[in-house]
Design a protein around this ligand. Structure first.
Ligand code: 7PJ
Length: 290
């Protein structure tokens, strides 16, 4: 028997990506596949096609529900990547994995990369600029792909210099609500959209933890919430641990996000996150576990 959702929490929903309806009754794990030589947490180990594919297959084995494939690092100070270079990195990975049963997301802000990735079989566009780059909205509107809209204050190169908000939750929510409206006007319906507070993107440690605590206020916007806390510096700030030693902190963060309504988790450590979610799901009981 299905229970009613807790008061104030949106009902377990679905996410429509390229005609496919993903159930969010159980939280989904989006595994990160970096195809970048300079990505801060993978140190370039997956920069070749073979290594990226091997990594992707391992994440699927570990229980990834979605793979997020990115060819440009957005860490503060990271080198910019040309459109051609980014396409050359991500399209072969997407083409090789498309049709394998796991929906593929492309982590990009460039309209031409979005188009190439969608043509190669990607089902989701994950954009840290929330489709504000000229042409990005059109690239997505001509497809029926899913979309992740993320909040960011400023631009990656300088966003961590002096993040400032009067009310971080209200401002992030207002931004995301506005973007959902803009997408809707362009024909991208809310059932295709997931919303992301953008942990670490123009936010202090305190801003990040306020957003985590108040995550249900983003869920109230009516779209599924995606949370990306994995290995981020907010976790280093409270544990004192280097990026490669943040697995435990990342899993705890993921489970806290789910407890506060997140339904998609963008993570590097898929197997460990799966374990954490099993514990959370067991607690839910009543047939919601798998
Ligand atoms: C995020 C992202 C995130 C979404 C990155 C990293 C930096 N996309 N891409 N949300 N982070 N939607 O993996 O730490 O938090 S790149």
């Amino acid at each position: 028997m299905k229970r009613d959702p807790a008061p104030g929490r949106p009902a377990a929903a679905t996410w429509t990506v390229r005609g496919r309806t993903l159930s969010l009754a159980r939280p989904l794990i989006m595994g990160v596949v970096n195809v970048t030589p300079d990505s801060f947490s993978d140190g370039g180990r997956h920069s070749t096609l073979g290594a990226a594919l091997a990594h992707a297959l391992r994440l699927i084995e570990e229980g990834a529900d979605i793979l997020d494939i990115g060819g440009e690092s957005t860490r503060p100070g990271a080198a910019e990547v040309s459109q051609t270079e980014e396409i050359d990195r991500v399209v072969p990975v997407i083409a090789a994995l498309a049709g394998g049963g796991v929906p593929l997301s492309v982590d990009t802000s460039k309209p031409e990369v979005m188009r190439a990735a969608l043509a190669a079989g990607a089902a989701i566009v994950n954009d840290v600029y929330a489709l504000r780059t000229p042409g990005a909205l059109e690239a997505v509107a001509t497809s029926d792909c899913g979309v992740v809209l993320m909040h960011m204050q400023g631009v990656p190169r300088t966003m961590q210099v002096a993040p400032h908000y009067e009310d971080v939750v209200a401002e992030v929510a207002a931004f995301l609500r506005e973007r959902v409206a803009v997408l809707g006007a362009a024909g991208v319906t809310p059932d295709r959209v997931a919303l992301d507070p953008g942990f670490g993107f123009g936010k202090t440690v305190e801003h990040n933890f306020t957003l985590l605590r108040e995550l249900p206020r983003l869920g109230a916007l009516g779209c599924p919430v995606l949370a990306g806390l994995s290995r981020k510096s907010m976790l280093g700030a409270v544990t004192g641990r280097a990026v490669g030693e943040r697995v435990t902190a990342s899993v705890v963060g993921a489970v806290l996000a789910v407890e506060r309504g997140a339904r998609v988790l963008r993570v590097h450590d898929v197997g460990a996150t799966r374990d954490g979610l099993r514990v959370w799901e067991a607690m839910q009981g009543e047939g919601e576990t798998k």
